[in-house]
Design a protein around this ligand. Structure first.
Ligand code: PHE
Length: 446
């Protein structure tokens, strides 16, 4: 089934970096700390880690396995695991995944655009262009359009040149620098008054905070953060060589992703308390975060300001890294429809990237013009519904529809010894029964 011309990741490390590049993004550095700060800190952290282990990781293996078996875009990969009479269902599911991925990209590009603005603005201040810098940091239709377009162009540019090469290159540089900067910033923030309160909130769970809604949020966050349910990991899995050990590779990706979310929390929650001491408004009267952008666009800049002139440099580096992290995720989102158009419609990668990228930009423009009504709607529809529901469907397909021997044979590729291990004994039944039940419970308990 695999065509000779299909790109593959050059090494297992290359794949891990690319998949981790997809996973690590705004969800980790923005979404996770924001959710933790709004949902009782340590309680959220605990439930989140649990969700990654009991749900997201097994489903990540499932999605990667479908993709690697198919060695093709999601339409064909999903068809490949279904019996002849049900092939159409595979196409429909893949189309839903493809549309969901496009919707996620449409709002992701708007948010990432704001980061581009915060990256450029200190540079403009240094050049004396303070007015433009302020404009870039202030919410307006014009600014949102310009920055979204800039970010989307960068995404299209990388995808049109081919994923394996483009993404491997970016991700391998990003990850170590990102972690290093976080460690330095965490070191700094703990020299400031108030930081230990944030650490306490983040690390010491208050069990009374755990309720159905917190569990639901943690599940959604885990799905978003690990790029699950919208065929992204399926597409990446399809570029993976048969030699790779799927459960191990997936575990490494999940660990990198969760590790970076935790490191981001270790910086952002303490920084929140420090900023509060310095007069930044964090929570409003009803005890909720003042805005969803508070932590990234108020708290962190306030932290950088306390560093004097060095703060400018740190701010530029920080937001540059955020933009790259967002880019390695947006690339993986655009790759989903592009891979399908290239293989199913026979388009060239270049044409498909431009046309689909521009179509998604049109959706972003619509959101920007109707921000108040559309933004939250699309975010919730894509992340709280489409992602978990599709994830559930993939689990059901792998558990109940795909022939068990074939699933196991695919897992054994690149890992002949797995048949003796715990994973082998537990995972198939787990994905078949426990994952769907758990997800239904989380959905309906809310
Ligand atoms: N995981 C990415 C992040 O945390 C977002 C994403 C979701 C990417 C779904 C691909 C698919 O930012």
């Amino acid at each position: 089934m695999a065509s000779a011309s299909r790109a593959q990741f050059s090494s297992r490390m290359g794949f891990i970096l690319a998949a981790a590049g997809s996973a690590v993004g705004l969800g980790n550095i923005w979404g996770f700390p924001t959710q933790a700060a709004s949902n009782g800190g340590g309680a959220f952290l605990l439930v989140y880690i649990l969700m990654v282990v009991v749900l997201a990781y097994p489903l990540l293996v499932a999605e990667l396995t479908i993709g690697r078996y198919g060695q093709a875009n999601p339409i064909r990969s999903l068809q490949a695991i279904l019996p002849d009479a049900a092939k159409n269902i595979g196409s429909v599911l893949a189309m839903v995944g493809l549309i969901a991925a496009s919707c996620i990209l449409s709002f992701y590009a708007i948010l990432a655009g704001w980061l581009v603005g915060f990256f450029v603005s200190p540079l403009l201040v240094m050049l004396g262009m303070d007015n433009v810098a302020v404009w870039l940091e202030t919410f307006s239709v014009g600014r949102n359009l310009l920055l979204m377009a800039a970010f989307m162009l960068a995404t299209i540019y990388v995808v049109k040149n081919g994923v394996a090469e483009g993404i491997e290159r970016w991700s391998s540089r990003l990850m170590p620098v990102l972690v290093l900067l976080f460690v330095i910033l965490i070191g700094y923030i703990f020299t400031q008054e108030g930081a230990s309160d944030g650490l306490h909130l983040f690390l010491v769970p208050d069990f009374s905070q755990i309720d159905a809604s917190l569990i639901h949020s943690a599940m959604g966050q885990a799905f978003f953060s690990l790029s699950l349910g919208v065929c992204t990991m399926m597409v990446y899995g399809s570029y993976l060589k048969k030699e790779a050990n799927l459960p191990k590779t997936a575990a490494q990706v999940a660990m990198i992703d969760t590790g970076i979310a935790i490191v981001a929390g270790l910086l952002v929650l303490p920084a929140m308390f420090v900023a509060q001491k310095n007069g930044v408004e964090i929570y409003n009267e009803s005890g909720q975060l003042a805005s969803s952008g508070t932590l990234v666009f108020d708290v962190l800049p306030a932290t950088f300001e306390t560093m004097g002139n060095a703060g400018y440099v740190v701010s530029v580096i920080f937001f540059a890294l955020m933009v790259i992290a967002a880019l390695t995720s947006s690339i993986s989102l655009l790759e989903v429809p592009v891979a399908a158009a290239v293989e199913e419609l026979g388009q060239t990668r270049k044409v498909a990237s431009w046309i689909i990228g521009l179509a998604i930009s049109v959706l972003s423009v619509l959101i920007i013009f109707n921000f108040g009504s559309l933004f939250d709607l699309i975010v919730v529809a894509a992340t709280e519904y489409a992602q978990p529901i599709l994830g559930l469907v993939f689990a059901l397909l792998v558990g109940w529809v795909w022939h068990r021997d074939k699933v196991l044979a695919e897992l054994r590729e690149g890992n002949p010894h797995i048949a003796q291990g715990l994973f082998w004994r537990v995972w198939p039944a787990y994905v078949r029964i426990v994952c769907p039940l758990l997800m239904l419970y989380v959905f309906f308990a809310k």
